[in-house]
Ligand binder design. Structure first.
Ligand SMILES: CC(C)(COP(=O)(O)OP(=O)(O)OC[C@H]1O[C@@H](n2cnc3c(N)ncnc32)[C@H](O)[C@@H]1OP(=O)(O)O)[C@@H](O)C(=O)NCCC(=O)NCCS
Length: 343
């Protein structure tokens, strides 16, 4: 029997500290009105001294496991989507596997920048649809504040920190991930990069002094490409799923900038009422942006069995991704699972 991959648990976590636009006025030559009108961002959450990508992911993953009513021991795989891992080695996913007690799970990190969560959903759904695995944790986390240049007004107003997770689980229901689309253009990698700290430019006193280990960006070019690629990917994902825009109940776009979201919503051709936006409170949280928005939406808006969701993202690489999911009868999946596990 062909299995589908449905979300059965979700959770998100934001650090306590708030960096608002007035705070940024003290750091660079900017102002609240400019930031709001050009980006829609009012404030973003910033990791405290004790927070890391791994620690924030741990909170989000535990909430997702609790919601799914699933012991970590029953996970087959942990995928951590991040551009800002705790270390180059080991993978943050391995730290999470141990801290969660997911003793039977493989674990790896995945770097597709802001598209990372949808890339993770794509990989995980393949494992489930082929019957290899049944229960996978996909967790996205970013501590972008540690890689942001707070002397550069072009970038420091945009980014925030946070984490979010989902449990993707096998089900015979005709629901879950219906289609996914991935894309990449490495020829324009310079639009958004952290040049130093890897093997091409190992960290030295000089790279630190010149800020080469911090995010550099060409915002204007990204803006245009992001809108174009997300609109095309969204339509490809809809076609693959055999759905039209009218079938879609909720759109969860990458939360980079409210102007990009509006332009993408118009380019896709979907009404604004269907699009979930929370960029004003979080800024751009990289790979965590889509799943934080998804988690918030699930907490704030009723979702019905059979609702169709479209997720779409764009990020460094450059990368882009879209996915169409149908909301499953989650209670039934949990019930069937507990019957099988107790049998
Ligand atoms: C960064 C971004 C907000 C800039 O908005 P924009 O309307 O494109 O603005 P521009 O880059 O054309 O800059 C206009 C002016 O504002 C200035 N400016 C840039 N940041 C500013 C800030 N924080 N405060 C005040 N002025 C600022 C620029 O220096 C420029 O000044 P100039 O005309 O004297 O040269 C926008 O391009 C953007 O959001 N791009 C996408 C970035 C992104 O999402 N990156 C992550 C991808 S996942």
């Amino acid at each position: 029997m062909r299995m589908n991959a449905a979300i059965t648990g979700w959770g998100w976590h934001s650090p306590d500290r708030i960096l608002n636009n007035k705070d940024l006025e003290k750091l660079v030559d900017t102002d609240d009105a400019w930031i709001r009108s050009r980006t829609g961002i009012r404030e973003r959450r910033i990791a405290g001294p004790g927070d890391t990508t791994g620690s924030m992911c741990l909170h989000a993953a535990r909430t997702a496991l609790d919601r799914a009513n699933l012991p970590a021991n029953d996970l087959d795989l942990v995928i951590c989507a991040t551009t800002t891992p705790d270390h180059l080695l080991p993978a943050t996913a391995c730290l999470l596997q141990q801290r969660l007690g997911a003793r039977h799970a493989g674990a790896f990190d995945l770097n597709a920048a802001c598209s990372g969560f949808i890339y993770g959903v794509t990989v995980a759904s393949q494992f489930i649809q082929t019957g290899t695995y049944r229960r996978i944790l996909i967790v996205s986390g970013e501590t972008l504040s540690r890689f942001t240049n707070y002397h550069d007004r072009n970038t420091c107003v945009l980014f925030g920190d946070g984490a979010a997770a989902v449990i993707l689980e096998a089900t015979p229901q005709k629901a879950g991930v219906l289609s996914t689309v991935l894309g990449s253009r490495g020829d324009v990698e310079g639009y958004l990069s952290i040049e130093a700290g890897g093997s091409a430019q190992p960290a030295t006193a000089d790279t630190v002094a010149t800020g080469a280990h911090l995010v550099r960006m060409r915002g204007n070019e990204i803006f245009k490409m992001a809108v174009r690629c997300m609109a095309v990917a969204a339509h490809e994902a809809l076609d693959q799923a055999g759905l039209t825009l009218d079938d879609i109940d909720h759109v969860i776009p990458h939360q980079a900038n409210s102007r990009i979201i509006t332009a993408t919503q118009q380019a896709i051709g979907v009404p604004p009422s269907k699009v979930y936006v929370n960029v004003e409170k979080h800024g751009n949280t990289g790979a965590s942006s889509v799943p934080i928005a998804l988690g918030e939406m699930l907490e704030n808006q009723p979702i019905r069995v059979g609702d169709n969701l479209l997720m779409v993202a764009f990020g460094g690489g450059m990368t882009w991704a879209a996915a169409v999911l149908r909301w499953a009868d989650v209670a039934a999946i949990r019930r069937e699972r507990s019957l099988k596990l107790s049998a």
